[in-house]
Design a protein around this ligand. Structure first.
Ligand code: OAD
Length: 235
C-alpha cells in the first residue's frame, strides 16, 4: 500500500486510545458500563430523575483529568496533523487528552467533560468546581441549571455536518480503539469507504465493525498509532 500521497485524513478515536493513559473504557472487562447502568447516568431522563447522581458521575470522571497524561497514541496524532494539515480527529472521548497532546483540528462529537452547558440557552461554561444539582448558569435571569456538556444516549452527537463533509472528502480513514457499537460513529467507516477512502482499524481486539476495514492493526494504541504515523509521515 502506498500511503504517502494521502492528503485528507480522518481519524476516529474511541475509549481505547485513552485506556493506556489510565481512563477506563466503557465495554471492556472492568469498563464503566459494568459498574454503572448507562440508563442511570447517561440519558436526559436520568438527569431529570436524579441530577445529583448524574452530576456526581461526571464529577468523578472530570476529577481524573489532571491525574492523567496523553500517551504516545495521542502524541502521534498531533504529529500527523502537523505533517498532513488536512487531518481531522473526531473523538468520541470526553477527556481532553487530544488537545493536551497538541491536536487542534478536533471534534468532540460526544461532548467534553471540562465544560458545562446551560439547559436553556445552551451557552458553554468551563467547569472549575464539581457540579451539583444546584449549579446554575450566569447567562440567564433567572438563572437556569447547568448540565454536563456530554451527549447522552438519545441525543444528537455534535459536529455531524462537519464530520460528514470531512468523511466525504477524505482519502484515508483510521479508527482507533472503538468497539463500533455506538452509532452514528460506528457507521463512519462505511461513509468513508463508499467515497473511496482506504480504511484502517487499530484496536487491541476485534471490534463489531472490523470486517468493514481494508486493513487491521491489532495491538495497543500507544504502539500501533506511532508506528502507522511514522509510515505515513516519516516521524
Ligand atoms: P468501548 O469501551 O465500547 O470500546 C473500547 C475499544 O477500545 C474496544 O474495542 C477495545 O478492544 C479497544 N481498546 C481497549 N484498550 C485498547 C488499547 N490500549 N489500544 C487499542 N484499543 C484498545 O468505547 P467506545 O467505542 O469509545 O458514549 O465507546 C463509544 C461510546 O460509547 C462512548 O463515546 C460513550 C459510550 O457509551 C457516550 O457516553 C455518549
Amino acid at each position: 500500500m502506498s500511503k504517502s500521497h494521502y492528503s485528507s485524513i480522518v481519524v476516529l478515536t474511541g475509549a481505547g486510545i485513552s485506556a493506556e493513559s489510565g481512563i477506563k473504557t466503557f465495554r471492556d472487562q472492568g469498563g464503566l458500563w459494568e459498574s454503572h447502568r448507562l440508563e442511570d447516568v447517561a440519558t436526559p431522563e436520568a438527569f431529570q430523575r436524579d441530577s445529583a447522581l448524574v452530576q456526581r458521575f461526571y464529577n468523578e470522571r472530570r476529577a481524573q483529568l489532571p491525574l492523567v497524561e496523553p500517551n504516545d497514541g495521542h502524541l502521534a496524532l498531533a504529529r500527523l496533523e502537523k505533517a498532513v494539515p488536512g487531518t481531522l480527529v473526531i473523538t468520541q472521548n470526553v477527556d481532553d487528552l487530544h488537545e493536551r497532546a497538541g491536536s487542534h483540528h478536533l471534534i468532540h462529537m460526544h461532548g467534553e467533560l471540562s465544560k458545562a452547558r446551560c439547559v436553556k440557552s445552551g451557552q458553554l461554561f468551563r467547569v472549575k468546581e464539581p457540579l451539583s444539582e444546584h449549579s446554575l448558569c450566569t447567562c440567564c435571569v433567572p438563572a437556569n441549571l447547568l448540565r454536563p456538556h456530554i451527549v447522552w444516549f438519545g441525543e444528537m452527537p455534535l459536529g455531524l455536518d462537519r464530520i460528514f463533509h470531512a468523511l466525504a472528502q477524505c482519502d484515508l480513514f483510521i479508527a482507533i480503539g472503538t468497539s463500533g457499537q455506538v452509532y452514528p460513529a460506528a457507521g463512519f467507516v462505511d461513509e468513508a469507504a463508499s467515497q473511496g477512502a482506504y480504511c484502517i482499524e487499530i484496536n487491541a481486539d476485534n471490534s463489531h465493525i472490523s470486517d468493514r476495514f481494508d486493513e487491521h492493526r491489532r495491538g495497543p494504541a500507544s504502539i500501533e498509532v506511532p508506528k502507522l504515523v511514522k509510515e505515513l509521515c516519516g516521524h
